[in-house]
Design a protein around this ligand. Structure first.
Ligand code: HEC
Length: 210
């Protein structure tokens, strides 16, 4: 009887040890994964390498094992996102909608071409990869909600311009961990480019509102 009990204890211990050997804990798995991603980028381009390291908010958003985001984390992400928002030096949050129209369909910038990172003075925004904006556009994605008639629905007041600007600058200030990239905060788009895109969304003359 005593023999059977200690055997049981022994096998339980073996199982626990074996379990540990097969499944490293979540934190070291995450670290290993991050290391693999970093090592896979051999181009040495600082702009790309920076993006292989998660910031605190991304870390909280990708907590292992499908763990729910706590209210505290969520509030921190929103606050960090809010604090990141910078405005154009001119103070004008609405630019030229025609320039905006070009930007929303432009996917150039930071692409890898012939093993080299494309060098451009400014990136395109490629919003239409995820959003339908101009109802006549046939080549639009649906990862994000359709934004057709955005200005017709919301108007083109100063408050709407500010909200739209901030939403594009850092979507996580409104929707923590959303799939919308933090385009201004990451330095991908400049404040002036974002102002042109705001105009494209809210100007009554823009095809978005026709
Ligand atoms: C990778 C896909 C993706 C890209 C690229 C993207 N978005 Fe989004 N966007 C989303 C998703 C998903 C949402 C919904 C979640 C949220 O609100 O953050 C969203 C939400 C929005 C909203 C809020 C919509 C509403 O009804 O309140 C606006 C405005 C917006 N995006 C504008 C833009 C603009 C402008 C660009 C380009 C500069 C852009 N997005 C690029 C995925 C994307």
């Amino acid at each position: 009887m005593i023999y059977a009990k200690s055997l049981l204890l022994l096998s339980a211990t073996v199982a626990v040890v074996a379990g540990c050997a097969t499944f490293p804990d979540a934190e070291s798995t995450a670290q290993r994964a991050e290391q693999m991603v970093t090592e896979a980028h051999t181009l040495g381009a600082p702009a790309l390498l920076r993006r292989t390291t998660q910031d605190e908010s991304q870390r909280a958003c990708s907590s292992p094992g499908g763990a729910k985001l706590t209210q505290e984390h969520s509030a921190t992400i929103v606050k960090t996102a809010r604090d990141s928002i910078k405005y154009p030096a001119s103070g004008k949050l609405t630019g030229d909608w025609k320039t905006g129209a070009q930007l929303v369909a432009d996917g150039r910038g930071q692409r890898i071409i012939n093993g080299q990172v494309e060098k451009l003075s400014a990136n395109g925004a490629l919003c239409i990869n995820c959003h339908l904006m101009d109802a006549k556009e046939v080549n639009a994605g649906n990862v994000g909600p359709a934004l057709t008639g955005y200005g017709t629905q919301h108007g083109d007041s100063e408050a709407v311009a500010r909200y739209t600007y901030e939403r594009i600058y850092n979507a996580w200030a409104f929707m923590p961990c959303s799939n919308m990239p933090r385009l201004g905060a990451s330095g991908f788009l400049t404040p002036e480019q974002i102002a042109h895109i705001v105009a494209y969304l809210i100007d009554p003359q823009s095809p978005v509102n026709k």
